[in-house]
Design a protein around this ligand. Structure first.
Ligand code: SAH
Length: 493
């Protein structure tokens, strides 16, 4: 048995997108090498299409009785053929695509109908209703091509995205893709299983081979590729990455976390990690929710350790995806100890912890010259012992406290801090769902804090920040902790 049966029950397939997200166009790449593409028209529009087609290895036939100089130039530039006459039916025989660019509606319509009559898909420049297909904004890094469309909704957006993608892919990127292509036979011959090949390719594009190649050190890039092939060939030993998912916003995931998710065979995630982040994992990766949300059924830590170890022993690349940073109230200590004890290779990928995300939401400097010079990350739980936790004493001395899991114990927390000597008017800020769309900011004083526990409108993950530095936060968007009370006077002052 590969996994306990209940794993697959929790392995959610990606849901089908709702109808409103379905495309009315379907991207596909036409094979045009050595095949004819017909452009009809004599002016600027025709010239633009000829230049665009010149990015491909199509045989371009331009049909127009009169070509303007700009078209002549384009024809010469890309090596197109010019038939200086009206379109004839046989021009379209064997053509892959046709472009109507005459600048006149009726003439364009005739070209489109003639093309369709011969089964050739047609595009009429700036006449979407006549088009069988649209031309995308194109990033050409042959053999790599990126085509972008907004289905006509926002052409400017398509161009902006193109610019960003162009910047991502250096001009010589096509050469690197061709280099990868040349490695395929070697990889195919040397790496038997699909799994090993995927492992290789998953690492290759982010490896040192890329910078070496771009620096012109092709031999070095080849050596690096060989090394990666050897590494992928050795029977996989399984690997666990404890990965911080950050506070919830998709763009607060680190690039390293993203890479691990892309390479994962299986992802064990906390209930706190939003689905949109879990979805960033490799498409075929198994996804297993392992708790732990307050009050919901979740697995014991021992069970989770066991799942991680079993999956790694089965040779899988395992991602343990945790909210925020794995090393902050993430039970990483137990998981690391278990992995070490079993000799399983592992790595920790940091994430943005909730305390820092909350500070960003509040624009609250956690350390502040002359006000707060130390920072305590603590939890509202485990306060029931007789001895006062150290941080409670610290709280009086220029410290900012970030309290995790504090909502349901807010009253006890406030009482203990008061006992330790913290003034009742010490400012307190609360952030629910930091970094997420549904975030809420609340503010008050230590005396108000017990009210947090009674507010059943606050159900998301909540972080409490306590200390004088809170007064320096941007609190205009915050609501008062106690509804009928205005934001404490000293904060407003
Ligand atoms: N490892 C996590 C903390 C896990 S403990 C981290 O580094 O952030 C769970 C607690 O984290 C929650 O009870 C809440 O106090 C806090 N938390 C996690 N995500 C949060 C968010 N988006 N907004 C506010 N608090 C959050």
């Amino acid at each position: 048995m590969r996994h306990p049966q209940n794993w697959s029950a929790q392995n959610r397939p990606a849901p089908k997108p709702p109808a409103r997200y379905r495309l009315d166009v379907f991207p596909a790449f036409h094979k045009v090498a050595g095949r004819r593409v017909v452009v009809v028209g004599g002016g600027e529009e025709a010239a633009a299409k000829v230049r665009l087609l010149g990015e491909s290895s199509a045989e371009i036939l331009v049909v127009t009785p009169r070509a303007e100089p700009v078209l002549h130039e384009a024809i010469a530039e890309v090596g197109a053929t010019h038939a200086a006459r009206a379109l004839r039916a046989d021009d379209l025989v064997g053509a892959v695509l046709a472009f109507a660019a005459t600048g006149e509606k009726e003439a364009d319509r005739k070209v489109v109908l003639a093309a369709r009559a011969r089964g050739v898909p047609a595009n009429a420049v700036d006449r979407p209703d006549l088009c069988d297909f649209y031309t995308p904004a194109l990033v050409n890094r042959a053999p790599l091509a990126v085509a972008i469309t907004t289905s006509g909704a926002a052409p400017v957006l398509a161009r902006r995205l193109r610019a960003r993608i162009e910047a991502m892919l250096p001009a010589g990127y096509g050469g690197f893709v061709a280099f990868a292509d040349a490695l395929r036979a070697r990889v195919q011959a040397h790496l038997a299983g699909a799994e090993a090949r995927r492992r290789f390719w998953g690492r290759f594009f982010d490896s040192a081979a890329a910078p070496l190649f771009f620096a012109g050190e092709v031999a070095g890039a080849k050596r690096e590729a060989e090394r990666l092939i050897e590494e992928a060939a050795s029977p996989s030993r399984g690997f666990v990455a404890l990965v911080g998912a950050g506070p919830g916003a998709e763009d607060l995931l680190t690039l390293r976390a993203q890479r691990h998710l892309q390479e994962a065979d299986i992802i064990f995630h906390d209930a706190l990690v939003p689905a949109s982040l879990v979805a960033q994992g490799r498409r075929d990766a198994e996804r297993v929710a392992v708790g732990k949300r307050k009050g919901c059924h979740s697995r014991s830590q021992e069970e989770i350790n066991r799942l991680l170890i079993d999956a790694a022993r089965a040779g899988k690349r395992v991602v343990r995806l945790k909210a925020g940073d794995p090393m902050v109230f993430g039970r990483a200590g137990e998981e690391l100890a278990a992995l070490r004890a079993c000799g399983i290779a592992h790595e920790v990928v940091p994430g943005v912890t909730a305390g820092l995300a909350a500070a960003a939401e509040l624009q609250l400097p956690l350390t502040l010259r002359g006000t707060a010079s130390s920072l305590v990350f603590t939890t509202g739980h485990g306060m029931h012992g007789e001895t006062l936790p150290d941080w409670a004493r610290l709280a009086t001395a220029g410290t900012t406290l970030c309290v995790y899991m504090g909502r349901s114990v807010a009253a006890g927390l406030a009482a203990r801090l008061a006992e330790a000597g913290l003034a009742g008017d010490t400012p307190v800020a609360v952030v629910e769902n930091a970094s997420r769309a549904e975030k809420r900011l609340l503010v008050g004083t230590l005396a108000d804090l017990p009210a947090l526990q009674r507010r059943d409108d606050i159900t998301g993950p909540t972080l409490v920040v306590i200390g004088e530095a809170v007064a320096a936060a941007a609190l205009e968007k915050a609501e008062p902790l106690i509804a009928e009370r205005k934001i404490a006077e000293r904060l407003a002052a």
